[in-house]
Structures are given as C-alpha cells and as structure tokens.
Design a protein around this ligand. Structure first.
Ligand SMILES: [Fe+2]
Length: 135
C-alpha cells in the first residue's frame, strides 16, 4: 500500500537528504502495509520501530548539517523534529501496552513528511543555496 508517494517537488537537490527522505517515504509505506493486515502485531511494531530509528538518524543528520552552517532556523526546526519523534514514541508506548494502532496514522505521517519537506526543509535548503553555493 502506498500512502506516501514520492514526487519531484520533494527534491531538495541535496543527494543524501533526498535519499533519506525517500527512505522515510518507504518506511511510512512499509508501516501502511503492516497495518493493512493487523493493528498491533510484530509486523506493526517492527515497521514503527524502523520508522522511529530511521527518522531519528535522519533528523540528527539534518540538525548537524544545519548547525554546521549556522542556520538561523535551527531551533524551530529541531522543535518540529522533536514533536514528530514524541508522536512516534507515544505510538510505540501504546503498542507496548497492547493497544492497537489506528490505520490512519500512516496518512498523518505521510502528510507530516510532505509538509515538513516542502516547508521546513526547503527553508534550510534555500538558506544553504544562497549562503554557500552561489558565492
Ligand atoms: Fe527536517
């Protein structure tokens, strides 16, 4: 099942970022596949754990990258990442308590990802291009 469909408007032009964003889309779709057959089994847990781990690694990479270039929007960006991670952790805790996961959670992740890339990530990409590439 594909809930997060990649589109060229999500391309930042930074190879490593685009590759990781595509992997995040795949992780959301993998969770959607798991939720297609069950709402709280091993497959759901593994898919959510993978998404959590991969998102954290990606966010840390971006935050390091933004810190290196002294990006002024870094703090606000970190807050957005942290809010998403908190949401994921709440879902992980619910699963651990044996509570089922709502299937529409993947639509939320897909929507968050698309909006975050187009608005929040593109802002640091513009900053980078203006300040570091066009000199
Ligand atoms: Fe980001």
């Amino acid at each position: 099942m594909t809930v997060a469909l990649w589109n060229s408007r999500f391309e930042t032009g930074i190879h490593v970022v685009d590759a990781q964003h595509k992997s995040l889309f795949e992780a959301v779709n993998r969770l959607a596949v798991s939720l297609g057959s069950e709402t709280m089994g091993d497959s759901v847990k593994e898919s959510l754990d993978f998404l959590a781990k991969y998102a954290l690694e990606h966010f840390q990479m971006e935050e390091h990258f933004m810190g290196e270039m002294a990006y002024p929007g870094l703090t606000a960006h970190i807050v957005e990442h942290a809010r998403l991670m908190k949401r994921v952790q709440v879902l992980q805790a619910r699963l651990a308590q044996g509570k089922p996961m709502a299937k529409d959670v993947t639509a939320f992740f897909a929507g968050w990802l698309k909006h975050h890339i187009c608005e929040t990530d593109m802002a640091y990409v513009r900053f980078m291009k203006v300040n570091y590439q066009e000199r």
